[in-house]
Design a protein around this ligand. Structure first.
Ligand code: MSP
Length: 510
């Protein structure tokens, strides 16, 4: 069985409705999955929800509903948003599903039997209102801040995973695989952190304190604590224990943001190593969206709801913005002005105009049929060179999940093609019958340049890609697995479809 390209997103907590941060990682994954499918790679794209733990239990209590019902209701918000955003995942996993509980319990039993999991008592500071252990480091001026509520000394027995045993192996593995954690600044953070001794990982909570979790198979007085449960979703989704597992695993790309890098780059590989399961091939942690330089998050209440943008500007415009602006290595401020600037400049002016005026001119001057070109002039050669160079750069950046740079390359072609129109002024050529041959050549290359945008645009903006393909009457360009290394030229005589504007400009209020 051929190995699939297996890509994942984090599984999101169901203590709140999704915001633009959750939408962004999911869009990034969808773009990569669509890009791979179009190339002809068999792809498996998994996303889903992390439904256990104290926060979810508390969110349900606050609403006065049983936790499972809370999860069921919250899952609808995520599923609906993914539909609105055209997220084409192959599977949607929820950690409360029986298939996942079975995998978690199987792994726990195996690790316990091997002696990789043991029980020990832990003594520390415990915040009663937050229902969690807190550390000395969190003290301000020698005392715990007021929002910690009453903090008591508590001794508790729990189960631990012998993570520390894998430290030397992990450091070695990361050093030998420079691409394994991306981008490089995050890799260095993890290597820096691994200079200090790694502790064993607490993987349980007493069931009388946290009831909303998967019971430990060897001790029903405990439930599995969040990360151990959550990370395993990646193998549950891939079919751990089933025949299809070997076709999916290892994951080719775990996409996350930087907040959850340590669990993915430290807990997860050591868990897999203890289980004798091969390592995922790459972890990519992108930066955060900020609002006024602070992290956008539910607890700060400064979130942007994707549905507002989708309703006003369409899913594709939001997908474009997320891919164009959110950075792998740094954080990015999210502002409405920036969104509108991108919408008007890149989508309405550059792309929308190019496509619309190229097709309209072909309609007007050549009855909507691609003419036969004659000997190319220097600017025709320059345009074709730009097509080759930018589509090649686009491919390279897409493979490396550098969407901002990939789109920048593609927009170099858009800009070049718009300049080509201005340089050649087809409306002037059309007035002079002696220039009929030149007009043929110009219209020929202009249409080819526009058509070359269809395949690269599609993964980022699937609706727009399809609309442009339709207007060019070239739906075949979006068939999966079509060779994309060569220029696919629309032959002379090809009749285009009906042009219509793609992104109506939005007037900015002064
Ligand atoms: N449930 C865990 C993940 C378990 S994965 C095995 C969790 N959930 S979460 O709901 O908090 O989602 C965190 C993820 O949401 C981030 O890693 C990122 O993908 C996305 N984002 C949430 N806020 C974000 C920003 N402000 N900016 C960009 N993405 C962010 O952690």
């Amino acid at each position: 069985m051929a190995k699939t390209f297996y890509i994942t997103t984090p599984i999101y907590y169901v203590n709140d409705r999704p915001h633009i941060g959750h939408a962004s990682t999911t869009v990034w994954a969808d773009v990569q999955a669509r890009y791979r499918r179009l190339k002809g790679e068999k792809t498996f794209f998994l996303t889903g929800l992390d439904e256990h733990g104290m926060k979810v239990q508390q969110a349900a209590e606050k609403r006065g509903v049983p936790p499972q019902r809370h999860c069921d209701e919250m899952s609808i918000y995520f599923k609906e948003l993914w539909k609105e955003l055209n997220i084409a995942c192959d599977d949607f996993i929820r950690t409360t599903e029986p298939r996942h509980k079975a995998v978690v319990q199987k792994v726990l039993s195996a690790l316990h039997a091997k002696g990789a999991v043991y029980k020990k008592s832990y003594q520390g500071w415990y915040s009663k209102s937050m229902e969690q252990f807190v550390t000395e480091k969190e003290k301000v001026d020698g005392r715990f801040p007021a929002h910690f509520g009453e903090v008591i000394e508590l001794m508790e027995e729990n189960y631990f995973f012998r993570m520390s045993e894998h430290q030397a192996w992990l450091v070695d593995m990361i050093r030998q695989n420079p691409e394994w954690i991306q981008p490089e600044n995050r890799r260095n953070e993890i290597l820096g952190m691994l200079q200090k001794p790694l502790e064993d990982l607490c993987i349980s909570r007493p069931a009388n304190r946290l009831s909303w979790g998967i019971p430990l198979p060897f001790d029903p007085d405990y439930v599995t604590y969040v990360w151990f449960d959550a990370l395993l979703n990646y193998i549950t989704g891939a079919g751990y224990g089933e025949e299809r597992f070997s076709g999916n695993w290892p994951a080719d790309l775990h996409l996350i943001a930087k907040d959850i890098l340590t669990p993915h780059a430290v807990y997860w590989p050591t868990m897999l190593h203890a289980m004798d399961v091969p390592m995922p091939r790459k972890i990519l942690a992108h930066g955060w969206w900020l609002m006024d330089r602070e992290k956008m998050s539910k607890s700060l209440g400064n979130v942007v709801r994707p549905s507002d943008y989708i309703a006003k500007y369409g899913a594709d415009a939001l997908r474009y913005f997320i891919c164009r602006e959110l950075q792998p290595a740094t954080d990015t401020d999210f502002t409405g002005e920036r969104f509108l600037q991108r919408f008007n400049a890149d989508l309405a002016n550059d792309l929308g105009n190019l496509v619309n005026r190229s097709l309209s001119m072909l309609q007007r001057f050549r009855d909507g049929k691609v003419p036969a070109p004659s000997v190319p002039a220097a600017c025709d050669d320059d345009l074709t060179a730009t097509i080759r160079e930018t589509t090649e750069a686009f491919r390279r950046e897409m493979e490396g999940v550098s969407y901002g740079r990939a789109l920048e390359s593609l927009w170099r072609l858009v800009t070049r093609a718009n300049r080509y129109v201005d340089e050649n002024a087809p409306w002037k050529l059309a007035k002079d019958s002696a220039q009929a041959g030149r007009l043929d050549t110009v219209m020929y290359w202009l249409i080819q340049a526009g058509a070359q945008l269809i395949r690269p645009l599609y993964p980022v903006m699937p609706e727009t890609g399809r609309k442009i393909a339709e207007q060019f009457n070239a739906a075949q360009l979006l068939e999966d697995g079509r060779a994309s290394e060569t220029l696919e030229l629309l032959p002379p005589g090809h009749a285009i479809g009906k042009p219509s504007p793609l992104f109506p400009r939005v007037e900015l209020k002064k």
